[in-house]
Write a protein that binds this ligand. Sequence first.
Ligand SMILES: O=C(O)C1=C[C@@H](OP(=O)(O)O)[C@@H](O)[C@H](O)C1
Ligand SMILES: C=C(OP(=O)(O)O)C(=O)O
Length: 424
Amino acid sequence: MNREIIPADQLQAKVQLSGSKYLANRWVVLAALASQPVVLNNVVNNDDINTAIKGLNALGYRLVQQDGATIISLPREQKLDRGVEVYTAHSGTFSRFIAAVAALDAVPIHLFGSDKMNSRPMAGIFSALRDLGVAIESEDDTLPATITGPVKVLECSIDGSISSQYISALLLIAPKLADDFVLTITGDAVSTHYIDMTIDLMRQLGVKVDVTGKQYRVKGAQDYRGGEFTIAPDPVSSSYFMGAAAICGGEVILNHFDFASLQGEAKFYHCLQQMGCDIQRNGQQMIIRRDQQSLIGQTFDMGEMPDVVQTLASVACFAQGTTVMKNIAHLAFKESNRIVDTATELAKLGAKVEYGRDYLAVTGGELVGTRLKTYDDHRMAMSLALIGAKVPGVVIEDADVVSKSFPNYFDTLATVGIQSKIVP
Ligand SMILES: O=C(O)C1=C[C@@H](OP(=O)(O)O)[C@@H](O)[C@H](O)C1
Ligand SMILES: C=C(OP(=O)(O)O)C(=O)O
């Protein structure tokens, strides 16, 4: 389904966003592994989280979706006694997390993803699991793969320069191993705040994790305890509405912003502030305003904010001068190649774009609306749509890719004043 975005006037809107998919991805795994019941509230209903729940249940874990946004998880009754298959769809996070969870069982577990997911790297987690004595069958260190545990060795190292998800995955299962586990990160680690988020939630369930520089030590045979938790709103979903205020002008109020979030992208508003937006906090609300002031291009290190690079690239199209997003080599391994593919689509609109292995630079100027591809990447659809709020004739192809993280994205955009219509 393709959508044409209708240009909007200045915005004057309030928006309430659903729970973080990043926290939910971790919580469902932790809840599954917990020794007591866990209740999760404000769980986002999107493809990635539904895939994770289904996949964990295929391994005999017991997560049940109650009415709306609540999930209840009960402890698993027994380990698997025969092999099963798990579909990981387009979720990089779940593919990496479930590879580690699968290693806790001593039967072959076959993982396969969507075509896109099957081309994303898994080598980091597979090589670490092999070092831990787990058998991995995979043609080229991608999915599909068959994983046969259990973990027999309790020390490994992992290259942190491709994805932090490999590290989060191993940490999540570490308390369930028989003895103390030591993980050392090599290389220049990326997206490290995601590892901090993982450890923070593990600690909330009562387990002990020691961090010394690039080394993580987790005591073996610890129980994740139960409890009831409410998931805070998603900082990356909120970036599109902040970006909308920056591009269209006017004011957008995020009803509830997770100011305490450890996630790197929760600081995206600092980028908009530096470019000229006025940002205010009122309790849990964030207010983003742009009146007469122009946006001014800046240089940003986005190494810890990978998932808002495309939002920033869209905003940059409307700024004076050049916005440089650097330290983003790891964006090549997401749902699309978020350096090359973003540059390609922006260039189709007439934007002046330059890119290299680890940067993207966008210079503001006149744009002309056209049809844009989304490459099976939800964030490509959501961020490019923002350009259509200002430039007539922007058509987002395969706009329903947004269901990966934000199924009602276009309805929510309409509530802030940016309408769209389905077109051939
Ligand atoms: O741990 C996570 O929840 C994620 C980590 C990041 O990936 P990388 O560590 O691969 O950069 C991020 O881009 C992804 O959307 C979610
Ligand atoms: C990269 C993303 O997710 P994942 O790696 O889980 O597919 C994302 O949501 O932008």
